[in-house]
Design a protein around this ligand. Structure first.
Ligand SMILES: Nc1ncnc2c1ncn2[C@@H]1O[C@H](COP(=O)(O)OP(=O)(O)O)[C@@H](O)[C@H]1O
Ligand SMILES: [Mg+2]
Length: 334
């Protein structure tokens, strides 16, 4: 009998837009298209798919959850706050149900970009200079413009567009105040790295492995002064291009991706975003333990480049978790 995999997710249509929130507040939630592709991919990989939906649905059926699925594939973003991605993992931990993907602690930690950067720094992983905006301390800082202002704990480029890149203290102050008010959280200010953008998917545990590193391009061009804007996510403008040649850069990106994944103890899968400046210096921007999983997103593009179908990519992620829980004995990602 094939294993039963419960899928947990937040659909955009589960949460009507709230005029009190920022206009892009629902960007992290998944489209029907993504969930359809995932369900098909899990079934194509030979598992029985059990559709659980969001946290609210899980609460309603919590007594019977354990008997309905052998393991849960969680891609839920959660509702609000910096622990939102940990909501379903915590419930599953409480119910003693195995689940695929990072645990509650890694989810919360990596959503908070400031805590993550502090861990990166301790581990000597290069990340752009940063500070958390506070008016009192701000006037005495010596800053290298341009800088970028972001919400401290969001994803999917929420609150990030061309206005986020600031060139003076007054612009910075204005944008930081806007972010704090609109997103009800501290503003993170970082040195803006002009150059190319890369992203590296990682799969597995002890040891994890990288898939093919990808360059992120916007309308065929380097990212340079542009940012991965929230509106690009659903547009055609973004391309993920496998790096042909460039072995030295690829090896450095792979090594840093693994080090980053390990230092926050990610599980089963993740994706690390990078910028490389015009002097070739590499910086980790962030780590995503819940990277977008659609057939045209970075993980699928990278997997395709090494010859895996989408269902195989999902199977490798599932097998990584099964192995961790000792639910299968032998597997590898290759
Ligand atoms: N320090 C930076 N230098 C250059 N570009 C940046 C920097 N921080 C963010 N960006 C741009 O903004 C995008 C989103 O930022 P990121 O920190 O990855 O937030 P999110 O969690 O919303 O994806 C990045 O993909 C990149 O294009
Ligand atoms: Mg990102």
């Amino acid at each position: 009998m094939p294993l039963k995999i419960g899928l947990t997710y937040d659909l955009e249509s589960d949460y009507p837009a709230d005029p009190e929130n920022a206009p892009d507040a629902n960007s992290e939630f998944d489209s029907v298209r993504t969930i359809k592709a995932l369900k098909k991919g899990i079934k194509d990989a030979g598992y029985i798919l059990i559709d659980f939906g969001n946290f609210g649905n899980l609460l309603k059926i919590r007594e019977s959850l354990k008997s309905r699925a052998d393991i849960v594939f969680n891609i839920s973003e959660g509702i609000k706050g910096r622990n939102r991605e940990a909501q379903i993992p915590i419930l599953l931990e409480y119910l003693n149900i195995p689940y695929i993907g990072s645990d509650a602690l890694a989810m919360s930690l990596t959503l908070d970009k400031v805590l993550t950067k502090q861990i990166l720094i301790v581990n000597k992983i290069p990340t752009p200079f940063f500070f958390v905006y506070e008016k009192a301390a701000f006037n005495n800082l010596k800053l290298n413009f341009p800088m970028i202002v972001k919400p401290r704990w969001e994803g999917s480029s929420m609150g990030i567009n061309s206005k986020s890149v600031v060139y003076s203290k007054s612009e910075l102050e204005k944008r930081a105040n806007f972010i704090m008010k609109q997103y009800r959280q501290p503003a993170l200010v970082e040195e803006f790295i002009i150059g190319s953008e890369y992203t590296v998917p990682v799969i597995g545990n002890s040891p994890p492995e990288t898939l093919e590193p990808l360059k992120v391009k916007l309308n065929g061009m380097e990212m340079d002064n542009n940012v991965f804007d929230n509106s690009f996510i659903r547009s055609e403008g973004i391309d993920y291009v496998p790096l042909t040649g460039r072995e030295k850069l690829k090896n450095k990106l792979r090594a840093l991706a693994l080090k980053t994944y390990n230092c926050v103890e990610c599980l089963d899968f993740g994706r690390i975003d990078f910028r490389v400046n015009n002097n070739g210096e590499i910086f980790v921007l962030e780590l995503n333990p819940l990277p977008a999983l659609n057939t045209d997103d970075a993980l699928a593009v990278s997997a395709k480049h090494i010859g895996w179908k989408f269902s195989e990519l999902l199977d490798k992620i599932i097998k990584a978790a099964l192995m961790r829980y000792k639910m299968v004995h032998k597997t590898g990602i290759n």
